[in-house]
Design a protein around this ligand. Sequence first.
Ligand SMILES: N=CN[C@@H](CCC(=O)O)C(=O)O
Length: 416
Amino acid sequence: MDRVSLLIGPIGQLVTAKSMPWRYGDPILVLENAGIAVNGDKITDVGSWDSISRKYEGKCRIPAEESLVTTGLVDPHTHLLFAGSREDELELKLEGVPYEEILRRGGGIYRTVSATVSATDDELRRILLTRLFEVAKYGTTTIEVKNGYGIDPDQEIRLLRIINDSSVNAPIDIIPTYLVHVPPRNMDRREYINAVINSLDNARGLAKFVDVFCDEGAFTVRETRDLFKEALRRGFGLRLHADEIAYIGCSDLINEFSIASLDHLLNLPEQNVRLIAERGSVATLLPVTILSLMSSKRPPVKALRNAGAPIALGTDFSPNSWSLNMQYVMELATYLLGMTPMEVIMASTVNAAYSLSLRDRGILQPGYLADIVIWDVPNYRWLSYELGRNKALIVIKRGMILESTPSGTIISKECT
Ligand SMILES: N=CN[C@@H](CCC(=O)O)C(=O)O
């Protein structure tokens, strides 16, 4: 018998993609009475509990007869690092003042920039870590975190450093992105773009991706193109906030660049649906933001599916869309966007990992990272069926069990 650090089983129901990315209709592994063997930070074996329990002896074992087990959730789009809040904009929104108008008046992102720039490094570190601990409780084991509330390039680099520093104490993996968010209100736009481009050299090693908010009220297609060219030359991957408020041609950039993920897509034109699929990109949908924008628009889920475009889901946590909970995103994706329970799981695991160019997680198979969630639900449909409860029972990150302490934080422990 081989000795491993952790055995999970018997498992009521195990669900995983077989390969990445997952496209609607691709095969899925659904195993009843399953088992997983983990050694160190990796999965060693997955199969029937009968065969796993005969082959392996675990240093410890977690029984999960009543549970669904999936790989850890991946949140591929967050604005996790900012100070302050904007709950007072709610009444404005209810009066019908649109997001872009609030921004034009110096509210929205600009207000959050003031609060963030005034906060000390220590304050921001604390805010970020607290949020990361909460995120982990909901079953997210990898998260993308953008800067973007500094505007001044030196401030943006400061925020990227804080994001990177926090990786050391974070309970989960962080993928940092340099977001070029909104143009400053008191500076020539061209000068600003040039300053951002210069700062990209200092962002090397601090961010994996460059992202641009290309939209009405933010950056133009031309400005985004210039930023993307320079980002590519410096070896960054590309992500894009596209067609969120309006279609001004942003998603057309998929013709010119290899973009890992196009996000939001509330106004995505039909011809670009096909292109996302053909160009090997991912459509990342952010349903919490549809609510927070109070928008009646929807991303074209059916068309994306039919075209064979991989769909990912993310929280888009920001002062405008305050939810750290990927489970809430999964619920909304089902009830608001019409995605199936299985599609929603694939979008929040394997495809979200793929959109971040991570090929070592998101699937329960030997050799993949042992990022695993044991859910307090009996089957995969239940995950997006039941609304509003934290259904994550046990979260395992790189083979370590994450545990809540009485102070509310999470520490990882080797099971004994
Ligand atoms: N749209 C641009 N950025 C964020 C919102 C940021 C904010 O309003 O503070 C988003 O992705 O939704």
